[in-house]
Design a protein around this ligand. Structure first.
Ligand code: LLP
Length: 430
């Protein structure tokens, strides 16, 4: 009863539970998480990166249960808003293992982080350094601070999820000198406890060279700081961004391979620069939550559309859409889909899985071969949809957001309940 697979009748099963039964219990659409799988991925990072601190990036998906699971597996939690911080707090996570990111944290968010006693606040602008110093002074608290830097690395991923080239909103530029200036400011401010440098180059990255170049530039900055200020900062974070397989075309590295590569580069560079190895950390999100979750839908309508040249495509419309997973529409992300409720002997046909929203861009899976007899009432699953789906969900067209359920040892648990129309209408107070 391990993992996700198909039974003798062609029905998709997750941790020993048939999705037909799951759909009958919780309805569709639903986000389904294989708890054991998510925990195993968290544990794999903790084990491979022994000696490092691993922070789970909550932006990929966060709820109180998942926060507790990753904490139980030995991870901290990276939050980037007061909302994510509130979830970690409600989950009862040790705040010393929580960090707060953000390029424009509000005063309320900074105060919440200070009062909660988070383990680190990653500062991202000169405005914020001044603001945080002021608030810390007023509250008589001395936050542990990291400085987010821009390494100038081209991460070879979609522009919107690439964060280390110069012309984007995050970080202080190393090449431009702002990073050294920000570090000096934090170091000089007695209200702040500067602990290290933070670099994150982007997301869904397969090319290890990007991480290596970023680590090298960040360590050089660390060494330059030591020379100038006479102190080696105790910590350093090299971010997240490790790519996962969305389709069979993708071949991601394992945590062990990533750890080996990153340890090698850190050791080599530290020796070359003559500095001690700082306490290192990483912040994987997608690589933990992504492969562990899938979206489960019911087919509502099927339409065959003629294409130029005589071919045709089957438009398979399901009961959700871009409001529960906008990644295909926003990043041209590629997913696969599978008929989940039965076996079919029908020949595969070129299909497109679309949603129920009122726009043509409402595509979940752009190109997939599905059995030609796909019909209303069938269940369709979209694998590897655990990251940046529910966490980026919207209420476009006043569609309530689906629930998040987990399955473990054949039993289903609702983690986040299905939104109702009453929930949505309750906000409309005009
Ligand atoms: N640390 C920092 C500072 C980050 O900005 C991010 C992601 C992470 C860690 C985690 O990255 P991961 O390991 O999950 O790749 N919505 C986009 C992804 C945005 C990522 C933003 N930052 C998507 O759906 O592809």
């Amino acid at each position: 009863s391990e993992g996700v697979g198909k039974d003798a009748d062609g029905v998709l099963t997750v941790a020993g539970l048939d999705v037909t039964e799951l759909a009958a219990t919780v309805g569709t659409p639903a986000y389904v998480i294989d708890e054991a799988d998510l925990r195993a991925r968290a544990r794999a990072f903790a084990e491979a990166f022994a000696g490092w601190n691993v922070y789970y990036a909550g932006k990929s998906f966060l709820c109180t249960a998942v926060a507790r699971w990753v904490a139980e597996e030995g991870l901290g939690i990276d939050t980037c808003t007061g909302g994510e911080l509130a979830v970690a707090r409600r989950a009862g996570i040790d705040m010393a293992t929580v960090g707060l990111h953000g390029n424009n944290k509000s005063v309320e968010e900074l105060v919440a982080a200070l009062e909660a006693g988070v383990g680190r606040i990653i500062v991202d602008s000169f405005d914020e350094i001044a603001r945080l110093g002021h608030l810390a002074g007023e509250l008589g608290l001395r936050p542990r601070v990291m400085v987010r830097v821009t390494t100038g690395v081209e991460a070879h991923t979609h522009e919107y999820i690439s964060t280390a080239h110069e012309d984007q909103k995050f970080g202080f530029s190393i090449a431009g000198g702002a990073a050294a200036e920000a570090l000096a400011l934090c170091q000089a401010d007695e209200r702040l406890d500067l602990v290290g440098i933070h670099s994150h180059i982007g997301s869904q990255i397969f090319d290890a060279a990007g991480f290596e170049v970023a680590a090298r530039r960040t360590l050089r900055l660390h060494a330059d700081f030591a020379t100038e200020h006479g102190v080696e900062l105790p910590e350093m974070d090299l971010g997240g961004g490790f790519g996962i397989a969305y389709t069979s075309q993708d071949a991601p590295s394992t945590p062990a391979q990533l750890a080996a590569a990153m340890n090698r580069i850190v050791d080599t560079e530290c020796a070359a620069l003559g500095v001690a190895r700082p306490q290192l950390s990483i912040e994987p999100g997608r690589a933990i939550s992504g492969p562990s979750g899938f979206l489960l839908y019911t087919v509502g309508t099927v339409k065959r559309v003629r294409l130029d040249g005589g071919a045709s495509r089957l438009y398979v419309a399901v009961d959700g859409g871009m409001s529960d997973n906008i990644r295909t529409a926003l990043y041209a992300a590629e997913y696969s889909a599978t008929l989940a409720s039965r076996r079919s002997a029908a020949p595969p046909t070129l299909a497109r899985v679309v949603g129920k929203h009122c726009e043509g861009g409402d595509i979940l899976v752009r190109d997939e071969f599905l059995p030609a007899d796909v019909t209303p009432g069938d269940l369709v699953a979209v694998p590897a949809a655990g990251a940046y789906s529910r966490s980026m969900a919207s209420n476009y067209n006043h569609v309530p957001r689906p629930p998040v359920v987990s399955v473990r040892d054949g039993r289903v648990t609702t983690l986040v309940r299905r939104e109702t129309l009453d929930d949505l209408l309750a906000l409309d107070v005009g």
